[in-house]
Design a protein around this ligand. Structure first.
Ligand SMILES: Nc1ncnc2c1ncn2[C@@H]1O[C@H](COP(=O)(O)OP(=O)(O)O)[C@@H](O)[C@H]1O
Ligand SMILES: CC(C)(COP(=O)(O)O)[C@@H](O)C(=O)NCCC(=O)O
Ligand SMILES: [K+]
Length: 250
């Protein structure tokens, strides 16, 4: 099946089969027309007709559904807490949990020994906690790197619009160097503090930690955290597999 993760910055798509994600591609979430999306969705030589998707941008859903229909997909599965996720959800209002976070929980529950924390470096930096018995119990939402960079440029006169890049020294010797070092070390500090606090809160001796999302390797490449680039897409595939009767015809 096709798995599609519609985030606030980027849309990632891939092909899921038997626990594996392949042919991953990415584009900006920003406005596009259905024709353009259709061309992007149609993988050459692929006869996939089912798509499972997680969207956290409701306003673009009709566009993607139209594009999926136009690209020849016959059934789609929007991810939500009403589905069999393979992991329990113990949360006051499950319908408010981002679909990408549910997918992360489904994938993490399968691959890692609970308790597990998933760090997802998207537009927001999210942390999701999955326990052995209760399953998904919640997490934390922080500003992600795209927001840090964008907001700094937007709300100051002199700071340029930049993104991640090589950080050669802790103490920046230029504006860009200082911004990059600040973003990277700031995010690493955030991750360390959150993980430590979660560990203390759970009173857990052992805690599995994995990271996914666009900038996961820039932040935790050399930390004791497993970077799992396609975790969200794999979660979508796992949920799709568990809910064959819940796909909706188009
Ligand atoms: N494979 C990648 N390598 C490096 N950076 C990436 C990659 N994919 C996405 N990014 C960057 O990571 C940031 C977050 O993107 P993404 O994870 O797609 O966020 P969201 O899920 O919120 O849309 C963006 O700045 C994006 O440009
Ligand atoms: C927290 C998020 C903004 C993360 O989205 P992303 O950074 O991947 O674009 C998204 O999962 C979302 O809008 N969630 C709904 C609120 C919640 O999960 O509680
Ligand atoms: K995401």
């Amino acid at each position: 099946m096709l798995v599609l993760d519609v985030g606030n910055t980027g849309v990632t798509a891939g092909r899921y089969r038997a626990g594996r994600v392949s042919r991953v591609r990415r584009r900006d979430t920003g406005r596009a027309d259905a024709g353009e999306l259709r061309a992007w969705l149609t993988p050459s030589g692929d006869a996939i007709r089912q798509a499972a998707y997680a969207s956290v941008v409701p306003e673009v859903n009709p566009l993607w559904r139209d594009a999926l229909a136009a690209a020849g997909f016959s059934s789609v599965l929007p991810i939500g807490p009403h589905l069999d996720l393979g992991v329990a959800v113990d949360y006051p209002r499950p319908e408010t949990i981002g679909a990408d976070r549910l997918a992360n929980a489904a994938a993490a529950a399968r691959r890692y020994e609970p308790p597990v924390v998933v760090c997802d470096f998207g537009t927001a930096l999210t942390f999701d906690v999955i326990l052995a018995e209760k399953g998904y119990v919640g997490g934390l939402i922080c500003p992600g790197l795209p927001l840090m960079f964008e907001y700094l440029a937007e709300r100051t006169a002199l700071l340029p619009r930049i993104g991640p890049g090589r950080v050669s020294r802790v103490i920046g010797r230029s504006t860009v160097g200082a911004m990059r070092s600040g973003a990277r070390l700031g995010a690493r500090g955030m991750v360390r503090e959150v993980i430590e606090a979660v560990r203390a809160d759970l009173d857990a001796e052992r805690l599995s930690v994995c990271a996914t999302g666009g900038q996961a390797s820039w932040i935790c490449g050399d930390m004791d955290i497993e970077v799992d680039p396609h975790l969200t897409l794999r979660g979508l595939g796992i949920i799709g597999e568990r809910n064959p009767d819940r796909f909706e015809g188009m």
